[in-house]
Design a protein around this ligand. Structure first.
Ligand code: ADP
Ligand code: ZN
Length: 457
């Protein structure tokens, strides 16, 4: 750890951010502990400013004209609903710089989405945007107990993927020794964890499980042989069961981290130590949950599409951006002392939903069931096929290492899994149990579904 290596001798006077919040549980006490009234007053001010700022841009001028509104129409927070939605399609049509609201010379960074669902989209940042983004990420990491003495290993992809530089700048802002390990090369990751005294890791959940498997193969016990104390897992949907497994395997708390390139990247929403939903930072975003069909707001507790409006962005403010992520409001207060809205873990994007024989199914529903069987490993793959004009689902899942090769037990296990899946998704999938290490592992976001169905026009 840093203290043991006496890195402090390198800097004679502490950097300003190290003075930061001191012993406070909040990185930015003033903003994090605002009451609902304060949050809403703050949001209204920022919304007015953001809307005026958007008028610098031809795309928004046109959108406002079409909607028949002007910035003066925003008088209350509810007036946000008068604003037109923006979508990924808008970003694609104005690709690459058409939605930029500042002169290009003020932009210092470009990021692009990982393109999971089609062409990439571009997001530009000014210096101030980057600084705010780092503050958001630092706030999250501070919230889960990380402090300047910690060693943060960022085992997520770098480059265009925002999980890399996003966490890098945030962790540095907090003052941690930050290791840009990037994704993959698990042996090297494990060496770094041991040699540098890594106390916190950020990675996609599917990669953490991979890392653990390699640790097991190497005889490394994370509890005994590492100083790990916190994991930040996110960037892809995962179930509560998956999180619990990760916590049991690694022996530390794993906090859900939500981000998306369009909203800057990681830092948009993060769990506090209560682990009762993701706090979405309402001093940075207006959060709406709408019915994806009618686009009307849904009541708290009901699932709908997450719609976000940026409140602090200079280069590319986004108004009422339709994320396509499905979630619900869990509450607006929390024992941790923050009143920023708490959202349920994402069930996936509306375009992750599989429709099989008229039934809507999310991959996460399948994961939830599989993770309940201790005989199963962590990796699975769902394949949809058309056989003799019938659409079918095959679920291949890896067995846990220690598990038997007793044919009868495997038969019974496979039957039990099939029944449990049927209860959840109302269809009977084919279940194939495969040895550990046989399904493909992705270094970035896991690919859980392969759709090989014939498409009938
Ligand atoms: P792409 O859109 O190409 O996948 P992004 O990296 O911007 O690129 O991905 C953002 C998306 O990733 C979100 O809209 C959401 O669907 C998913 N995502 C990010 N974090 C989480 C999380 N913690 N839980 C579930 N889904 C997440
Ligand atoms: Zn909380």
């Amino acid at each position: 750890m840093k203290q043991e290596n006496d890195l402090t001798t390198k800097v004679s006077t502490p950097l300003p951010h190290r003075e930061g919040p001191g012993e406070s549980p909040f990185f930015n006490p003033e903003r994090e502990t605002m009451s609902r009234e304060q949050i809403e007053a703050f949001q209204l001010e920022r919304l007015k400013e953001t809307v005026r700022h958007c008028m610098n841009n031809a795309f928004y001028q046109k959108k406002f004209k079409e909607a028949g509104i002007t910035p003066d129409d925003i008088q209350t927070l509810a007036d946000v609903r008068k604003l037109p939605f923006t979508t990924k399609q808008d970003l694609r049509e104005t690709y690459p710089f058409g939605m930029c609201c500042v002169p290009m010379r003020d932009c210092v960074r470009l990021h692009s989405s990982s393109g999971t669902t089609g062409n990439p989209t571009v997001i530009l940042h000014t210096k101030k945007d980057l600084d705010e983004w780092a503050n958001q990420v630092a706030r999250n990491l501070w919230m889960v107990g990380l402090r300047p003495d910690d060693v943060f290993q960022n085992s997520s992809g770098y480059g265009m993927f925002t999980g890399g530089l996003g966490f890098q700048y945030g962790a540095e802002k907090l003052g941690m020794l930050t290791v840009p390990a990037a994704a993959g090369n698990s042996l090297r990751q494990i060496k770094f964890i041991k040699d540098f005294g890594t106390t916190a890791i950020h990675a996609v959940p599917s990669y953490v499980t991979r890392l653990y498997e390699v640790m097991q193969e190497q005889g490394v016990d994370p509890r005994r042989d590492t100083k790990l104390k916190v994991l930040a897992i996110g960037a892809e949907p995962h179930s509560e069961e998956q999180r619990k497994r990760i916590e049991d395997m690694m022996g530390v708390k794993a906090y859900n981290s939500f981000g998306m390139s369009e909203m800057c990247g990681p830092g948009v929403g993060f769990e506090c130590p209560e682990q009762n939903g993701l706090h979405f930072w309402e001093d940075y975003y207006i959060v709406e949950i709408v019915d994806p069909e009618t686009l009307e707001p849904v009541p708290d507790g009901e699932i709908g599409e997450l719609v976000l409006t940026t409140l602090c962005r200079e280069a590319m403010p986004l108004l009422r951006y339709r994320t396509r992520d499905l979630t619900r409001v869990l509450g607006r207060s929390c024992p941790c002392g923050r009143n920023h809205v708490r959202l349920d873990r994402m069930r996936g994007r509306s375009d992750d939903m599989m429709v099989l024989r008229g039934v809507n199914i999310f991959p996460i529903q399948i994961e939830k069931i599989l993770m309940q069987f201790k005989e199963l490993g962590n990796n699975y793959l769902i394949t949809l096929t058309t056989d003799e004009d019938n659409d079918n689902m095959t679920v291949e899942v890896e067995l846990a290492e220690m598990f038997t090769d007793d044919y009868n037990r495997l038969q019974q296990l496979s039957k039990d899994i099939t029944r449990a899946l049927k209860d959840e998704i109302l269809l009977t999938p084919r279940v194939k149990l495969v040895p550990r290490g046989t399904l493909p592992v992705s270094e970035g976001k896991a690919v859980r579904v392969v759709d090989k169905r014939k498409v009938y026009q």
